[in-house]
Design a binder for this molecule. Structure first.
Ligand code: HEC
Ligand code: HEC
Ligand code: HEC
Length: 427
């Protein structure tokens, strides 16, 4: 599917609507937040708490450019609407947030508004960070005011019209954004509530794992049921990835017990999979540094998400399966074993338990086959004898489609057919 066609349609259809909205929202600029949080007395324990929360929010991954200085911004995000750069959030007075008051910082996290009243784009996941309590935002503020200040101007965003009009975000927010900190659910346990607070708030799992509409807003009706977005593959090119279904659907987390969800987030490894690709930076930079109790709580909450089934794909016919079996036996079976069960020394199992294998959208599975699974840096302790190589030069689109279909339709997996066109899209 081409990204440019729907984008063009969206622009053509939206210009008149947005122009009208713009006239209406001219006045709706700065939001005033009243807060009981204390921004004035940061003692050591509050700063330390802020540091922990910044890890939970993975601020550094987005706000530190490759080779750049800590939190000084400049990392590029490619969206269907153009390129957006993360900003400098060190306490430099001119190019960072050194002059911001605590309430101005709270306004950015809770409402996605800058001190000058302009709206921020939701690539900064304030749609999730809005859930963070005033006290936790105050701790984050105390921490950020204490990190080394770096002078560095964020590059100019390159967005197409009308998306380069920040004021139009008021319209988007009116339609798709509810500001407000997390509300305790009394019928659930303390542990569940802590997990929900982290998963839906700072950890912003849904920013990638929820489907989005044509205007880039998360589809709340299908929250965490799997999302597609652009991210890098080994070599640096941008390709669609699917962040799979994390609800209790059979293609989601149904198979993983709470302990295995926790092990994956805490160590990057569990009985079924080990981390590769975009999850590396989530686990390596964020979740593995969180306390056992917080990870347990997140796993408990994740396992409680009601099932949202994926769409079913057609089952592959016997020709495709035959070709897939041949490719598998020749190129995959030596490591993943003919049973698909793998072992500690050769490769993880593909039979039941890999969410990327089972996802109805095969984008991530195809990326793994074409480009090889990108391993975390620093690497995790592993007993693997040999890493998995890339297959982009060895296999044709039809062969990749066949082996993917075979893996998805064998050993109790049932995610169904992958087509050569779907593989071509990932090249
Ligand atoms: C997924 C990537 C991502 C993550 C994670 C992220 N940010 Fe950002 N942030 C951005 C981008 C991109 C922008 C620029 C948005 C814009 O220009 O509208 C931004 C903007 C901001 C701003 C506004 C700064 C300004 O000068 O206008 C603040 C404050 C901020 N982020 C703080 C944080 C904090 C604190 C965390 C961690 C709790 C965090 N961000 C995590 C991507 C991210
Ligand atoms: C930057 C986007 C992004 C964020 C944020 C993110 N994920 Fe993922 N996730 C992905 C992608 C893409 C995949 C599939 C490829 C991979 O495993 O890297 C994935 C895969 C997974 C898998 C399946 C792993 C497998 O091998 O089957 C689990 C479980 C998961 N994510 C949980 C989470 C949780 C919990 C959070 C929040 C703490 C989270 N993710 C945040 C993008 C993301
Ligand atoms: C040299 C051994 C080797 C060969 C050959 C190999 N793999 Fe792998 N594969 C691995 C290893 C090791 C990993 C785990 C990478 C990591 O640490 O995440 C892996 C990971 C995967 C994953 C990700 C599973 C998950 O969700 O965690 C998939 C899917 C996969 N391989 C499919 C294939 C297919 C299909 C083929 C043949 C075209 C193949 N592999 C060939 C060793 C191999």
């Amino acid at each position: 599917m081409s990204k440019s066609l729907p984008r063009l349609l969206v622009i053509v259809l939206l210009v008149p609507v947005l122009a009208a909205a713009w006239l209406l929202v001219q006045t709706d600029h700065s939001k005033n937040t009243s807060t009981s949080a204390d921004f004035s007395v940061p003692d050591e324990s509050i700063i330390e708490r802020g540091r922990y929360l910044a890890v939970a929010g993975n601020c550094a991954t987005c706000h530190t450019a490759p080779g750049g200085e800590f939190m000084a911004g400049g990392l590029a995000f490619e969206t269907p609407f153009g390129t957006i750069y993360s900003t400098n959030i060190t306490p430099d007075a001119e190019t960072g947030i050194g002059n911001w008051t605590g309430v101005q910082f709270l306004n950015s996290m809770r409402h996605g508004v800058r001190p000058d009243g302009e709206h921020l784009y939701p690539v900064f996941p304030y749609t999730a960070f809005t859930k963070v309590t005033d006290e936790d935002v105050a701790a984050l503020y105390a921490y950020f005011q204490g990190i080394p200040a770096v002078r560095r101007e964020a590059p100019e965003n390159q967005l197409s019209f009308p998306f380069n009009q920040r004021s139009l975000m008021a319209f988007w927010k009116g339609k798709f954004f509810d500001a407000g900190s997390y509300e305790q659910v009394d019928s659930e346990s303390e542990e569940w509530n802590r997990g929900a607070y982290l998963v839906e708030g700072l950890a912003h799992c849904s920013a990638c794992h929820s489907p989005r509409n044509a205007l880039g807003a998360e589809d709340s009706g299908r929250a965490m049921a799997g999302g597609e977005y652009l991210d890098r593959v080994p070599g640096g090119a941008l390709r669609p990835w699917v962040a799979p279904n994390l609800t209790s659907a059979p293609t989601g987390l149904a198979l993983w017990p709470v302990e295995e969800v926790a092990a994956y987030l805490k160590t990057g490894l569990n009985k079924y999979v080990e981390t590769y690709g975009p999850m590396n930076e989530v686990i390596i930079n964020s979740t593995r540094h969180l306390s056992e109790t917080d990870i347990e709580a997140m796993a408990v909450y994740l396992k409680s998400l009601p099932a949202h089934e994926d769409e079913l794909n057609r089952a592959p016919d016997s020709n495709v399966l035959g070709m897939g079996r041949t490719v598998y036996n020749l190129h995959c079976g030596t490591c993943h074993l003919p049973t698909g069960l793998g072992d500690d020394e050769s490769a993880p199992r593909l039979a039941g338990g890999s969410l990327a294998v089972q996802a109805s959208n095969p984008a991530s599975l195809i990326n793994v086959i074409l480009y090889g699974p990108e391993l975390p840096d620093p690497p995790l302790p592993t007993k693997r004898r040999n890493p998995m190589e890339e297959f982009q030069y060895l296999l044709t689109d039809a062969e990749v489609a066949a082996v993917a279909s075979y893996v998805r339709s064998n050993w109790g997996n049932s995610a169904g057919l992958v087509t050569a066109e779907q593989v071509a899209k990932q090249r």
